[in-house]
Design a binder for this molecule. Structure first.
Ligand SMILES: Nc1nc2c(ncn2[C@@H]2O[C@H](COP(=O)(O)OP(=O)(O)OP(=O)(O)O)[C@@H](O)[C@H]2O)c(=O)[nH]1
Ligand SMILES: [Mg+2]
Length: 367
């Protein structure tokens, strides 16, 4: 990449010929000291995203370069969407380099969540997905929490070498690096961030010392993430921005909860129990009888059951049910990209419905 000028906001190579392609800047912009592309400019000032013609594989290919180099890999995941945001094939992309796993966005976790349990769950889940990690950290990139501890660990594990910050799109890689930059130099918002997936387009080199750098990288796109099935407006609504307030529902068997119209949980059999919902505070939960649920969905999707908003609900694949038997311990039923419902111990059977392709999983309760 020597000789090319890169956009400081997104890492795309700057070009002045094609406004539809990544890295476009008018020729006059090249005279400036800090060069950013038109897309970053518009994101920063108008919060508008311009689509650029990149394929998912283009980003994978870029990341694959890491396997040929030596360095420390810092993988970020969104704690609220582990299944959606974990890159299962990471080892293929990053080779034998050591990995630190970082759970970001801990500011949105309810206060009742036990951080030790979260770390334990992250570590175990990574292992189940074939990744041995050196260590696990929890941070809030946005609220500057846990950053110092993580920086110290990075310093220790990198042994003077390069650092690659990797992860699925939208997990907060660029926000994290901005916080690091701001903590050390006072410069704010050096790199472009946004709630749209696919903000960073190339490697962004942040020198650590004379011989080594930390790199921001483009996010891996996971097509099964809820984020890709909803409109931008709905994405904003389902993404928790504040600490999630648990909502408790006492349910009898044969009752159903709808999470907007994006997910549904049927309480099939079991004693009357409390179901504790952990979703974005903006998201409506609707309770109904199981026997009425299908009809309600057919007639009121996009209205009573929203999001999805009516204009974009055709993007949403049909809901698919997964029947789950919950045995002993207090369990979280995790709806990838949305949140989770905690159910008490004891034998109950539920059916969790999510748009086809989106994952549902069980884990020992974090509370
Ligand atoms: N609540 C919360 N939101 C965060 C945090 N860190 C990042 N975000 C939000 O997550 C969204 C994505 O942040 P980015 O930093 O652009 O994510 P990225 O991983 O660089 O995304 P790509 O460049 O697309 O791969 C933005 O809306 C951020 O404001 C955090 O610690 N807490
Ligand atoms: Mg980014």
């Amino acid at each position: 990449m020597m000789g090319e000028i890169q956009c400081q906001g997104c890492g795309a190579v700057i070009q002045t010929t094609n406004p539809e392609e990544a890295g476009y800047a008018p020729a006059s912009a090249l005279e400036r000291e800090d060069i950013i592309c038109k897309r970053c400019f518009r994101l920063k000032h108008y919060n508008e995203v311009q689509d650029v013609p990149f394929q998912d594989d283009d980003f994978l290919e870029m990341l694959n370069q890491i396997s040929d180099t030596k360095g420390l890999v810092v993988q970020l995941v969104d704690i609220f969407d582990f299944n959606g945001s974990f890159i299962s094939g990471l080892k293929r992309l990053t080779g034998n380099n050591p990995v630190i796993l970082v759970g970001n966005k801990m500011d949105v976790l309810p206060k009742s969540v036990n951080h030790g349990k979260v770390k334990h769950w992250l570590k175990r889940s990574a292992k189940e997905n074939g990744l041995e990690v050196e260590d696990v950290y929890l941070i809030s990139a946005e609220k500057n929490q846990g950053i110092q501890q993580l920086s110290q660990a990075i310093e220790q594990y990198r042994e003077g070498g390069d650092v690659y910050v990797v992860g699925t799109t939208n997990v907060g890689k660029s926000t994290f690096i901005n916080t690091l930059i701001s903590n050390t130099s006072g410069v704010k918002d050096a790199i472009t961030t946004s709630y749209f997936p696919g903000t960073t387009l190339g490697f962004i080199d942040i020198p650590l010392d004379e011989t080594s750098s930390l790199y921001d990288t483009p996010g891996v796109i996971q097509r099964h993430q809820m984020a890709h099935y909803v409109s931008d407006k709905d994405l904003k609504l389902i993404t928790p921005r504040k600490e999630v307030k648990p909502k408790v529902y006492q349910l009898n068997e044969e009752q159903t909860l709808f999470v907007g119209g994006l997910a549904r949980l049927d309480f099939e059999t079991g004693e009357r129990s409390s179901f504790v919902c952990h979703f974005s505070n903006e998201l409506n939960i609707h309770r109904t009888k199981l026997e009425k649920a299908d009809e309600l969905y057919e007639n009121h999707l996009g209205e009573l059951l929203s999001p999805p908003d009516p204009d974009t609900m055709t993007k949403l694949p049909p809901l698919k049910g997964h029947t789950l038997k919950i045995k002993e311990d207090k369990t979280d039923i995790v709806f990838s990209g949305l949140g989770w419902v905690t159910v008490p111990e004891g034998g109950i059977t539920v059916t969790a419905h999510v748009p086809e392709g989106v994952k549902v999983s069980l884990r020992e309760s974090l509370i």
